[in-house]
Design a protein around this ligand. Structure first.
Ligand code: HEC
Length: 140
């Protein structure tokens, strides 16, 4: 075999290899790669357009009042720190006199030492309301 022929063959071989490599890559589903390497979570605050879905819905549907209470409200309302109305006591019977709507709007906006939304920035208004009902029920 002449040197030229050998070179030509190895060049062809390299081209063929390169082609194989590219076609293998092209066969891999780009969407599947994008899916694998996308960030694990994304922060979506209320008011943001989170891919069309409302923020709380993106987190997997509305949480129950009990869930929101345990996650966000119990820190203060279980023991009554800072004079927070205490879970399971007549504190909540007294607050109930203000009316649910007032309690909900005060919880959403914050009142005195009670932080807005009880620090649960991702809670929807309905979830805040459900957790208040959960605390109000505890007084009965
Ligand atoms: C950092 C402590 C803290 C957390 C967390 C907290 N609260 Fe409160 N909350 C308070 C305090 C203190 C008060 C009493 C405020 C006052 O009346 O002066 C209060 C009062 C309230 C009231 C009564 C408001 C009124 O008008 O009388 C509601 C309703 C309420 N909280 C709901 C919630 C909900 C719902 C959550 C959880 C999503 C929550 N709170 C989390 C401290 C907290």
């Amino acid at each position: 075999m002449s040197k030229f022929a050998a070179k030509a063959i190895s060049a062809l071989f390299a081209v063929a290899l390169g082609f194989l490599a590219t076609s293998t890559m092209a066969n891999t589903d780009n969407d599947a790669i994008a899916e694998r390497i996308k960030p694990v979570g994304s922060v979506c605050v209320e008011g943001d357009d989170c891919g069309g879905a409302a923020a709380p819905a993106a987190a997997g549907g509305a949480r129950s009042g009990a869930d929101v209470y345990s996650a966000s409200c119990a820190a203060c309302h279980a023991s009554g720190v800072l004079d927070a109305p205490k879970f399971g006591t007549s504190d909540w019977a007294e607050r109930a006199n203000k009316g649910l709507d007032t309690l909900v709007s005060n919880a959403i906006n914050g009142i005195n030492a009670m932080p807005p939304r009880g620090t649960c920035a991702s809670c929807s208004d309905d979830e805040i309301k459900a957790s208040i009902e959960h605390m109000l029920d505890s007084a009965k």
